[in-house]
Design a protein around this ligand. Structure first.
Ligand SMILES: Cc1cc2nc3c(=O)[nH]c(=O)nc-3n(C[C@H](O)[C@H](O)[C@H](O)COP(=O)(O)OP(=O)(O)OC[C@H]3O[C@@H](n4cnc5c(N)ncnc54)[C@H](O)[C@@H]3O)c2cc1C
Ligand code: FES
Length: 391
């Protein structure tokens, strides 16, 4: 904690101290089996699953962090990350809030299969998208759809800790019936003068008495709703196009880049790298920067100038261009190792670097001790030599 933060209560990190003398789940390196205590319908297509540790461990995490589930869905192992929607101030249980994605592998399975008493394998919390890392007197939370979950954990934490931080929470949804945590946010706003909730819906749906904002949240609407947005610490979570629009609006309104924090978990490109995803799920091949720099020498030359990557689980060796990540090279070769965010955030693509060197530019999806053990995230690792990885 800095001297400034220590002096000003409003600037103290907004998460409770580590419980002293008690075993904490989340400190462990490996995944654990947690037991589902409760399943609650939050909206027509969103459920909250509350989990507890059979060993009575307390949960220790930062508001905004996520856990990764390792599941057996119809005989296939799949990994998916979900933000912890409960606050760390309630350490006896941990909740995730999952929106059903029609046609998806895991979210419909969780909705249809998981019941109180079900056991889930869960990896410890990760992530850097947290108010505890950016204490501030004034926040702006911006979310769309299921992107509300990290901001809800942050809001619940502030409320539980009796914070005096000034929070404006602008949430976008399709219709009023799609507003996740609507009643709870209304109740929190009613008792906490420091919290202002601004729901924005695309249409009133079947709620004719809707008195909130209807329409698209653009820069002008945002500036009207939050005139002092440039003075706030801003956290944004939602689909990639929403986040891009918010980022542009915020920076244009004078928000310093250092006070803008964002996380997305909407990757609609069927496991393709985020850089290859367009709005609407179309796929556009990314131009090879090296090939361009070489005066159009062509993708083949860039690949030939790259490195050999031996994938031990897949039992093959592929070429990885100089500007490609190992995951991108694997996809190009028709191999689909486990992955989700493609941005070094979620940890789904974590594996062992058996040999060689890589340049890994992650965003919190791997712990220092895991790196020390020789693990890498292949979605954000570019080979510096020929390499061998367990993928
Ligand atoms: C850090 C992080 C935190 C997250 N937090 C949350 C959270 O709090 N809540 C939450 O709900 N989600 C969260 N997610 C998203 C979550 O991890 C999953 O991506 C999400 O639940 C969808 O998974 P799925 O297996 O149901 O869908 P997937 O099987 O991954 O499919 C995703 C989409 O692709 C479509 N699709 C899949 N296969 C095909 C196909 N063959 N043809 C055409 N379309 C197809 C599906 O229809 C679906 O719309 C988070 C993600 C990350 C990375
Ligand atoms: S796929 Fe998320 S960290 Fe690699």
């Amino acid at each position: 904690m800095t001297a400034l933060a220590a002096a000003d209560p409003a600037l103290r990190p907004h998460h409770p101290p580590h419980p002293v003398g008690l075993a904490c789940w989340g400190d462990a390196e490996d995944e654990s089996v947690l037991v589902v205590q409760d399943v609650v319908d939050v909206t027509h297509d969103v459920k909250t699953f509350t989990l507890a540790s059979p060993g009575q461990h307390l949960f220790h995490f930062e508001p905004g962090q996520f856990v990764t589930l390792r599941l057996d869905v119809d005989g296939t192992e799949v990994l998916r990350s979900y933000t912890v929607s409960s606050p760390p101030t309630r350490p006896h249980a941990l909740s995730i809030t999952v929106k059903r994605k029609p046609g998806g592998v895991v979210s419909p399975w969780l909705h249809d299969t998981v019941r109180p008493g079900s056991e889930l394998r869960v990896q410890p919390p990760l992530g850097v998208f947290s108010t505890s890392r950016h204490p501030a007197p004034k926040y702006l939370f911006l979310s769309a759809g299921s992107g509300i979950t990290p901001l809800m954990s942050m809001t619940r934490t502030l409320a539980d800790l009796g914070r005096t931080a000034d929070v404006v929470f602008v949430h976008s949804a399709r219709t009023p019936a799609d507003i996740i945590f609507r009643r709870e946010l209304e109740a929190l706003e009613a008792v906490h003068p420091w919290l202002r909730v601004v729901p924005v819906v695309a249409s009133a749906g079947d709620e004719p008495g809707w008195s909130g904002t209807t329409g698209r949240l653009d820069g002008a609407a945002l500036a009207t709703a939050v005139p002092d947005l440039a003075d706030r610490e801003v956290f944004v979570c939602g689909p990639a196009p929403y986040m891009e629009a918010m980022r542009t609006a915020l920076l244009a309104a004078g928000l310093p880049e250092a006070r803008h924090h964002q996380e997305t978990f909407s990757f609609e490109g069927l496991g393709l790298p985020a850089s290859e995803q367009l709005d609407g799920g179309e796929v556009e091949l990314v131009a090879d920067a090296d090939a361009d720099a070489a005066g159009g020498a062509g993708a083949d030359d860039a690949l030939a100038a790259g490195f050999a990557v031996q994938l031990t689980r897949s039992g093959c060796t592929i070429r990885c261009g100089r500007d490609e990540t190992i995951l991108q090279a694997a996809f190009r070769a028709g191999i689909t190792p486990p992955s989700s965010c493609s941005e070094g955030v979620c940890g789904t693509c974590k594996t062992v670097l058996v040999d060689g060197e890589v340049d890994m530019q992650h965003q919190g999806g791997i712990r220092p001790r895991e790196i020390a053990m020789g693990k890498v995230l292949i979605c954000c690792s570019r080979p510096l030599t020929d390499v061998v990885v367990e993928a």
